[in-house]
Design a protein. Structure first.
Length: 194
């Protein structure tokens, strides 16, 4: 089975450098164009199932990639982006400074303490593990291709489970770009990046 893990297209807040987290921000024109272009590149790929975060930026990206294919898009709350709580909407530059209580988010995720009302990496990993173990992995017997459209930090949580990384290696090869697809195969027991 092949699993395509795709990050949503660019939003106004992506372009402005703001933390989105659980905020429901729409795609901008560049994001819509990129999602449409990815849909054209994947037009010949016969997906059996499509899952998406219920947040509009991921759902709209999934719709644009799906195009005219008659496949329902299943929204799953476990695919929502990490919640940044009271820090949602601040600029990434403020987040990354040494003075910021959240600067470990990218540099030492195992030391990251989420903002008030925010989520930890462990909480995201618990959600992504649950989704993979309950939805994706059991589908390998009767499914050839699954598309998952979600978010930057959330997708890294999926990949942590797939690649068996601890939170200290959460960012691995780095954050996916908007509308970037990472493809894995799963044979019922072993995951591999394609």
């Amino acid at each position: 089975m092949e699993v395509y893990i795709i990050r949503h297209g660019e939003t106004i807040w992506n372009a402005a450098g703001k933390l989105q987290g659980s905020m429901d921000i729409e795609l901008n024109e560049k994001g819509r164009a990129a999602a449409g272009a990815l849909g054209e590149r994947l037009e010949g790929v016969p997906f059996d199932r499509i899952y998406a975060s219920p947040l509009i930026r991921a759902y709209e990206t999934a719709c644009l990639i799906r195009g005219h294919r008659n496949i329902p898009i299943i929204r799953d709350d476990r695919l929502k982006e990490i919640c940044f709580g009271v820090a949602e909407g601040i600029h990434h530059d403020e987040w990354r400074t040494e003075e910021s209580p959240y600067h470990f988010f990218y540099t030492k995720p195992e030391c990251y303490v989420p903002p008030k009302q925010g989520e930890s990496f462990q909480q995201v990993c618990d959600r992504t593990k649950s989704f993979l173990e309950e939805v994706v992995e059991p589908a390998w017997k009767d499914t050839e291709r699954i598309m998952i459209v979600a978010h930057g930090a959330l997708n890294k949580g999926l990949m942590c489970h797939i690649e068996k990384h601890g939170i200290e290696n959460y960012w691995g090869k780095g954050l996916q770009q908007n509308c970037e697809a990472t493809i894995f195969t799963y044979d019922g027991s072993i995951w591999k990046e394609k």
